[in-house]
Write a protein that binds this ligand. Sequence first.
Ligand SMILES: C[S@@+](CC[C@H](N)C(=O)[O-])C[C@H]1O[C@@H](n2cnc3c(N)ncnc32)[C@H](O)[C@@H]1O
Length: 331
Amino acid sequence: MATMHNRRRPQRKKNYAQQARPALSMDNEFHMAGGETENSYSNNSRLQRKALLNTKPVLRKAVSDLCTGAFNKTLVIGDLGCSSGPNTFIFVSEVIDTMRGRPLELQFFLNDLPGNDFNHIFRSFVQFKESITEEHKGETLPPFYIAGLPGSYYTRLFPCQSVHLFHSSYCLHWRSAVPDGLDVTATVYLNKGNIYIEKSTPLSVVKLYQEQFQNDFSHFLKLRHEELVCGGQMVLTFLGRKKEDVYKGDLNHLCGLLARSIRSLVDKALVEEKKLDAFNLPVYGPSLDEVKTVVKQSELFDINHIKLFESNWDPYDDTGGDVAEHSIKVA
Ligand SMILES: C[S@@+](CC[C@H](N)C(=O)[O-])C[C@H]1O[C@@H](n2cnc3c(N)ncnc32)[C@H](O)[C@@H]1O
């Protein structure tokens, strides 16, 4: 995870908001399973919950640092990739709790792709408001307001210099699109039999994934830098890789298992081989150094704190993971 604050705004000629970007393939089709059924994200997000709980102290510190800044009475806060379910409100309640007793109002914008189950969030809001008020009975909570904000965080989401705090948990390993040359329309299959980077993935494909990460992440930083007020903060947590070796990360291992399952369906003639050959996931788990390099090259943010932490793949096992193949690394 990393917290950063934005540097003083340099004089820029380019307006990134108006720069042409290729159409994003994730925008209309991608979403977590909505609702509250057995298979919904809401009921299957305990791993992600562990990351939120792990990063609470860092979030509290970033929020407290904000309070020492000379901001006006309303703090604008964006949660990028909020999804729907109990996790969405963990972040919100943590910020409200940290702001207890301060003469401020809080405006939260909960962002996700348009296919996200925003209705579920809106329906849960009344219950959340009641439970946080009950939890803090007798205390003065800051007034808070919540709005849904559909759209990709790889596009501009807010007016210039209007946001004080950005948060994103368990999202930024998702790329804006499958790298060019690896999408389902490609006529030559460059990563046959795999869905991400595996042992048999050629280095040329690894490079495509790395470039996609570098372009996406640097674009994300530019957009957020435009939207943040001077002295604003960002707390970002996402899946990464412990080792520099790009073939050896937990995301590789997990996607490898998934690809193996699909291969077994191909062997049983239940899935066409070319469908597997044409399919690649739009994800990338960077190493700590890869993250630091992009932030440094952007010259837009200073990293206050960056840490790699591990947690057990078993959602119901809260012990830290120390075996690489069974744990998640979050940069
Ligand atoms: C694993 S969920 C994490 C949700 C939540 N933050 C949590 O901690 O449980 C990842 C979320 O990121 C969202 N996401 C992925 N790419 C996105 C993008 N480009 N813009 C906005 N949201 C995105 C997905 O739709 C999904 O809801």
